[in-house]
Design a protein around this ligand. Structure first.
Ligand code: GLA
Length: 389
């Protein structure tokens, strides 16, 4: 698991080395794994993510000239820009976030700053490193410029930055959990009303493993947007078929599935079935989590993976290899892919005493089947945005 304190100290000292002064504020925000509720956020559904104890740290001093100068310890690169010219690459998340935060605050001048981006976040693994960067940067800029935005307003600004920076029509889940999570709790988030509650998650009773497949397939961005469009098309057609207003797939229920199956062509019927059944699994898992019924949580997680693989078709061979290996291990409650799909990571819920044996089995099975290595991490459940002077 990660050492939060040392990640913050490293970012502070990198700031002094790079910019010759101490930062005014250091903010950090976590990545996430979603336990259940895959690909339902943009349909207004309910999700159940947890923030992991891997964080992006952003150290900041304000600048009066409105410029943004950002240095990444990981990339060892400095980019200078203004919010009117969002650059390409990692700094797009910083500059794009600054632009959206300024807009949300209706700020009359600009949100110029020197920033150092560091931390121990696992990048490019489907764990929302981009959301953690956006939320940490937004929290730091909000503080140094005294903008007065609350965590929900920051999360919304970050979500808008993400959509602008990468051109993916993503939902609000990643930025919300990164901003609002509570340590040792999952976040049950209603992506339509944006109301949320914290559900206890006891990591001493349930170990959380993240398995990075180290692959990313080309479909990751275009395939995601295709699924968003398929859901929109299904909504348009179902509004006629069901004879009642349907704003998004959130409004479709299990009792509608017969109509869905007879009215919609493949694969639209399967896409809807995934969303409807997935929203049920979120409710089951959230209830089971609050009553410490770990096996029921795990069953919902594994059923979620099957549905994402068969009905939503966003998995890939490498993710399925890890999930299958998990299912063959004693002590695994459940496992599923996380994030958009076609690569990235798997989350597994494991009896704490079995973590080492499960890790060894996954590593060796993955090597045998794919010829490559995966990386297995035991992670803790962290809180959301933190801002320190
Ligand atoms: C990505 C998106 C999220 C969500 C997940 C799938 O992480 O950024 O909004 O849609 O995929 O659940």
């Amino acid at each position: 698991m990660s050492d939060d304190h040392s990640a913050t100290a490293t970012a502070r000292s990198a700031f002094r080395e790079r910019f010759g002064e101490r930062p005014t504020v250091v903010a950090s925000a976590p990545g996430r794994v979603n336990l259940v509720g895959g690909h339902v956020d943009y349909s207004g559904g309910i999700v159940l993510p947890v923030a992991i104890d891997r964080r992006t740290v952003v150290a900041v001093r304000p600048r009066a000239d409105g410029r943004i100068r950002a240095y990444s310890t990981r990339m060892d690169e400095t980019v200078t820009s203004t919010i009117d010219e969002v650059p390409a690459g990692w700094s797009a998340y910083v500059v794009g976030t600054a632009a959206m935060v300024a807009e949300a605050a209706d700020f009359e001048t600009t949100v110029g700053a020197d920033l150092v981006v560091g931390g121990d976040m696992l990048v490019g693994a489907g764990l929302s490193s981009s959301a953690s960067l956006e939320v940490a940067a937004a929290g730091a800029l909000n503080e140094v410029h005294d903008l007065g935005l609350d965590d929900e307003e920051l999360a919304t600004a970050c979500w808008r930055a993400e959509r602008g920076a990468v051109g993916v029509d993503c939902g609000i889940m990643d930025q919300y959990v990164s901003a609002l999570a509570k340590s040792e709790h999952a976040l049950r988030l209603d992506c339509r009303s944006r109301s949320y509650e914290h559900v206890p998650f006891d990591t001493s009773a349930m170990g959380l493993l993240v398995v990075e497949t180290n692959v990313s397939h080309e479909l990751a961005a275009s395939g995601y947007n295709d699924r968003v469009r398929e859901c929109e098309a299904a909504v348009a057609q179902l509004a006629d078929e069901l004879g009642r207003p349907i704003r998004s797939l959130r409004d479709v229920q299990r009792r509608d599935l017969d109509v869905v199956e007879s009215a919609l062509d493949a694969p639209f019927d399967r896409r809807v079935r995934h969303v409807v059944t997935e929203m049920e699994r979120v409710e089951t898992a959230a209830r089971a989590l609050s009553t410490d019924e770990y096996q029921r949580v795990g069953t919902a997680i594994s059923a979620s993976h099957r549905s994402l693989r068969e009905d939503y078709e966003v998995s890939c061979a490498e993710l399925d290899t890890v999930v299958d290996a998990c299912h063959d291990c004693p002590g695994v409650y459940g496992a599923r892919m996380v994030g958009g799909g076609w690569g990235g990571s798997v989350v597994a819920l494991v009896e704490p005493g079995c973590v080492d044996a499960v890790t060894a089995t996954i590593e060796s099975r993955y090597r045998t089947v794919t010829g490559a290595d995966c990386d297995v991490h035991r992670v803790g459940v962290s809180g959301g945005l933190r801002v320190e002077e």
